[in-house]
Write a protein that binds this ligand. Structure first.
Ligand code: SF4
Length: 373
């Protein structure tokens, strides 16, 4: 079975490795899922103890210059948009910190004018006093652009390739700078060079043959662990959910295959962090808590201003990239449009309780800048 599916790494700048072969064997070979799950549970306890890091996303802006067919923020979707001011980002951050979170992921659509590096650095600076762990998930940047963001205090970079299948990538990313597959693919390495100490990569399940996507992600992980050995590498494989624009996933991956993938990554890459988002339903998230996942989001809002309502008075629509005021009838109870629907709607407190019921410790803070300063 080793080497299958053989074409998954073709055209990518990373080749076969012992870890990729091991992943393929576990994922597609004859080992029973129950046996693999037991192994995954054991490896997780060995490397991560009985802990689960909790984090929350904080959306800065849902403006975007790209057209990605699967995303609610896509440029051509006439959705309600806003970019938060740095002081509004701080208000959102205060709210999240008040609910217990100590780890935050600043997320934004890709828009060089609305979300320039200076703005991003300022948002990080305002967030850092409240959160020991600040990561960003924004447009891929150059090394010199990442540096001020790191200097402002961001220590984590999340940059998913979305799909490793070049044909599907070209089809899904219709216009905008994101069409450049290779520029995105090399982003995590540029981030590592700029000083990020936690790098997250991932693939959106639903855009192309998931079997090949999983192997390509394994190849990317293996490569990053070699060239970025000082960083902690994390992986995620969110399954696509419905979004504004009406996109329906092109391929489906069953729960059983999804669980198997998490377990196979855990055993093949025992030191990698594995992130599980609120896109997955509560029951499945509960089941996966002990089987390899090390980071979970909770109480998530996927629109700017989603936690406190800040920025509401500047909401507008975009039609073919142009700003259009909301109709008077739309103002009541209007909020920015979310990126995707979440499935597990539990609050951080409820998720913490579910973890403790399973003998796991929710970890709000596992890092302090003083450790490296
Ligand atoms: S996936 Fe990212 S780049 Fe694409 S439309 Fe959504 S926010 Fe913009």
């Amino acid at each position: 079975m080793s080497g299958w599916p053989g074409s998954a790494l073709e055209g990518l700048p990373f080749g076969q490795s012992a870890q990729v072969a091991r992943f393929e064997e576990l994922m597609f070979g004859p080992v029973r899922l129950e046996e693999l799950a037991e192994q995954a549970r054991w490896e997780t306890r060995k490397y991560f103890g009985r802990t689960m890091r909790l984090f929350a996303p904080l959306y800065l802006s849902n403006e975007c210059v790209n057209t990605c067919q699967y995303c609610g923020f896509s440029k051509d979707n006439p959705i309600r948009r806003v970019t938060l001011k740095p002081e509004e980002v701080e208000a959102e951050a205060r709210h999240l910190a008040g609910t217990g979170f100590r780890s935050v992921l600043l997320v934004s659509g890709e828009h060089p004018r609305e979300v320039p590096v200076d703005y991003l650095s300022e948002c990080v600076r305002r967030t850092v006093p409240l959160f020991p762990t600040v990561a960003i998930e924004v447009a891929p940047l150059e090394v010199e652009e990442y540096r001020p963001v790191v200097a402002a205090g961001a220590e984590g970079l999340v940059l998913y390739q979305e799909t490793y299948d070049r044909a599907a990538y070209a089809e899904m990313h219709v216009s905008g700078p994101k069409r450049n597959f290779d520029e995105r693919l090399l982003g995590p390495e540029r981030g590592y060079e700029a000083g990020f100490r936690r790098i997250g990569v991932g693939v959106l399940i639903g855009l192309a043959d998931w079997r090949k996507e999983l192997v390509a992600l394994a190849g990317h992980l293996s490569h990053l662990m070699r060239v970025g050995w000082r960083a902690q590498i994390t992986l995620a494989l969110p399954r696509l959910r419905p979004a504004a624009g009406g996109f329906q996933p092109r391929v489906a991956m069953s729960d059983r295959d999804f669980v198997r993938a998490i377990c196979a990554y855990r055993v093949a890459f025992p030191q990698a962090g594995i992130v599980l988002s609120t896109r997955e339903p509560k029951k499945l998230r509960n089941g996966l808590m002990e089987l390899g996942v090390t980071m979970m989001s909770a109480g998530s809002e996927t629109e700017p201003g989603g936690y406190t309502g800040v920025g509401k008075e500047r909401l507008h629509r975009t039609v073919r990239g142009r700003e259009v005021a909301l109709e008077a009838s739309e103002w009541e109870r209007a909020q920015a449009t979310e990126q995707f629907e979440i499935s597990d709607e539990r609050s951080a407190e409820e998720l913490g309780m579910a973890l403790r019921q399973r003998g796991l410790d929710p970890v709000w803070k596992d890092w302090d800048r003083a450790l490296t300063s």
